[in-house]
Each structure stands twice: as C-alpha cells, then as structure tokens.
Design a protein around this ligand. Sequence first.
Ligand SMILES: N[C@@H](CCC(=O)N[C@@H](CS)C(=O)NCC(=O)O)C(=O)O
Length: 208
Amino acid sequence: MLTLYDHPRSGNCYKVRLFLALIGKDYQRTFVDVLARKNQTAEFERVSAFQQIPALTDGDTAIWDSHAILLHLAHHYAPEWLAPLPRLGAMHAWISVSANEIANSLQPLRLTRVVSHAEAAHHLGVSDALLDVPGMQARTERVLDRMEKHLANTPWLAGGDAPTVADIACYGYAALAEEAGIGIAAYPAIAAWRERIRQLPGYVPPDA
Ligand SMILES: N[C@@H](CCC(=O)N[C@@H](CS)C(=O)NCC(=O)O)C(=O)O
C-alpha cells in the first residue's frame, strides 16, 4: 500500500495526488499539519530527511521530495510517463525547473498571499526581514516567460506527443498561479498547456 504524507493546500503534494489519480493508483493519505510545524518530529524525519511533505511510503521504502516521488511512481508503475531516451534530458531539465526556479519564486510568492510572509520566509530559510517579494515576483515572471516561449512550440514540456512527469512537476504550482496573483491570460501557451492537462483522463483539481 502507498501512503502519502500530505497537506491539502500544498502544491507539491498536489503534484503527487494528481499523478496518482492519472495513473489510477490507490493510496492512503496521512495529514501532516506543516503550518502548525507538526512535521518537526524525529519520527517524521525517518520518512522525510528534510521533514517536508510530500513524502511517500511504498511498502518498506520511504521517498521524499515531489520530484523523486513522481519519478519513483513512473519507474515502478507508469513508465509511459517517462520520456524516451532522446528526450530524457529535456524531461529532467524541466523537473529541475520545478525544483529550483518555480520552488524559489512562484511557490513562496503564493505562500505570501495564501498563508503569510513568515511562511514564505520559512520556506526559503531566510528571516522575515530578508524576504524579497519583488525579487520573487520578478523570478516568477522570468520562469513563466521561459515556459511560455517553450510551450509555444511544443504541447508538452519534454516535447513529443504525450505528457511526462515533467509536466506534472511544473503543473503543480502553475495550476495555482492565480493564488499567487498571476494572471495566466498573459501567457496563452501556458494557459493552453494547463487546459491540455485538465483534459487528461483521471485529472483531479488541486482541491479535490
Ligand atoms: N523539494 C521539496 C519541497 C517540499 C516543500 O516545499 N514542502 C513544504 C510544503 S509544500 C513543507 O513541507 N513545508 C514545511 C516545512 O518546510 O517545514 C518537494 O519538491 O517536495
């Protein structure tokens, strides 16, 4: 049995819930109240080295980090979600965009609006005084501009005619862009790509 350590408002957890729905895999959810810091226990650290969600246990194996979890699930249960060898590098590059550029811009920018500036500072590991909201906004625009340019020429981030786990990785927070105050109408190729993902069989929205 798969167990997902989860929070319903987390975009990183949403990536995993969405992928599990798309591949039709049953799982159970364990709520971890990260906003109340219930993740900061030695017990949870045995599952998730950084005490962060999402984490997944698959039998005796514990996997943490949304991207590692997506790759674990695809390798074990849904290899059709991995790009073929010529496009594997592109798939990993866009997973890296999710883990770096998006995680340091759009993700904390949304936190400033839906939770608090203090929570965004906690996510970035800086003091509240050092939180740079205009910088986050500028970095968010830069990553969305790059995605827009790329998606104007390809339906899926890693190319080809089928989505890969890279699309799910980047979609997690792209789906929540409005909550960060971003109007996706300014990015028509991203808007069309989001719609393609919403049409996939098994799709679930973030608040499902
Ligand atoms: N690299 C991780 C980042 C996970 C992450 O940022 N988790 C947040 C919730 S979305 C968290 O657990 N925050 C609580 C904390 O860090 O104490 C991933 O992609 O899963």
